[in-house]
Design a protein around this ligand. Structure first.
Ligand code: C2E
Ligand code: CA
Ligand code: CA
Ligand code: CA
Length: 281
């Protein structure tokens, strides 16, 4: 049976609604936002821990909502995943990120070396047309497949069905790189890792927190970093906020990091200046 609640709708008027109706309305609002150009991307660099060189930038979506202001993905991604709106949202993100990265490549010589990381939701990975969508956007924008990194969450990568595995292998054959995002937070069917075309392991922030003062947290992080290294993957520690954490990561042989200590997510045009200043190889 439906739960009813009174909700303020406009100036002093109340309206009765059900949660299902609310979901439908919010879904419609988000789909409209994509078409209406209300989504924006911020980009967060990740760096080489040894010298701070920017090695990649991750595209992170925001919703510049006409009434609520700039919304972080936490406010709408779950709903989008539930209703399927994540498919058009994700396609927009990939196209827009590639366009921006092509502009960086035109404006800043060093940007040619940098990887572009884009998050793919589990639902996108399950779409039969995924490979065609990615190929289409790469062709249309001229972004090189070898510089694209698609970030997938653990669940889907570690337990793929056969069709999904085919899609990942097709992308890999095109030169596209696959990263396991938030590593360590899902069901750890670690054995799958060696069977999959995965080249980047992003160690979740929860493993980084505490490594500077808790020996057990340190030991766990070290094991995860070691696992990635043993598989020959690029290991990126997420959510690095302090120099103490960075020092411990270097000590345990982690090469790459992403976090507020280095760079916060920022609009693409602001990053152009940073890439220019960075004096990359
Ligand atoms: P994620 O992929 O793990 O992205 C990293 C998140 O951690 C970002 O949050 C970033 O702002 C935040 N972060 C980075 N460094 C630090 C740090 O040092 N400390 C702390 N506390 N946080 C840090 P954001 O932008 O709010 O995104 C949250 C999540 O939303 C992402 O987590 C990702 O799972 C999802 N997301 C973002 N953009 C997209 C997208 O285009 N498509 C899909 N499917 N998911 C997205
Ligand atoms: Ca990510
Ligand atoms: Ca992550
Ligand atoms: Ca994370």
């Amino acid at each position: 049976t439906a739960m009813y609640a009174a909700k303020r709708a406009g100036r002093g008027r109340y309206q009765v609604y059900t949660p299902e109706l609310d979901t439908r309305a919010r879904d419609a609002e988000l789909r409209h936002a994509v078409a209406d150009g209300q989504l924006v991307l911020h980009f967060q660099p990740s760096v080489d821990l040894r010298d701070g060189t920017v090695v990649a930038v991750e595209a992170l979506v925001r919703w510049d909502h006409p009434e609520r202001g700039l919304l972080l993905p936490g406010a709408f991604i779950d709903l989008a995943e539930e209703t399927g709106a994540i498919v058009p949202v994700g396609e927009w993100v990939l196209r827009e990120a590639c366009r921006q990265a092509v502009r960086w490549r035109a404006e800043v010589p060093a940007a040619a070396e940098i990887y572009l990381n884009v998050n793919l939701s589990p639902l996108q990975v399950k779409q039969s047309g995924l490979v065609e969508v990615v190929t289409g956007i790469l062709d249309e924008t001229g972004f090189p497949p070898g510089r694209l990194v698609l970030e997938l969450t653990e669940g889907i990568v570690l337990e793929p069905d056969e069709a999904t595995l085919d899609r990942l292998n097709s992308l890999c054959a095109m030169g596209v790189n696959i990263a396991v995002d938030d590593f360590g937070t899902g069901h750890a069917a670690i054995n799958y890792l060696r069977l999959l075309p995965v080249t980047v392991l992003k160690v979740d922030r929860s493993y980084v927190t505490g490594i500077d003062d808790d020996p057990r947290a340190y030991a766990v992080a070290q094991a995860v970093v070691g696992l990635g290294a043993a598989f020959g993957m690029h290991v990126v520690a997420e959510g690095v906020e302090t120099t103490a954490q960075a020092d411990r990561l270097i000590e345990m042989g982690c090469r790459y990091a992403q976090g507020y200590l280095y760079h916060r997510p920022q609009p693409g045009d602001e990053l152009t200046a940073l890439l220019r200043r960075a004096g990359l190889p």
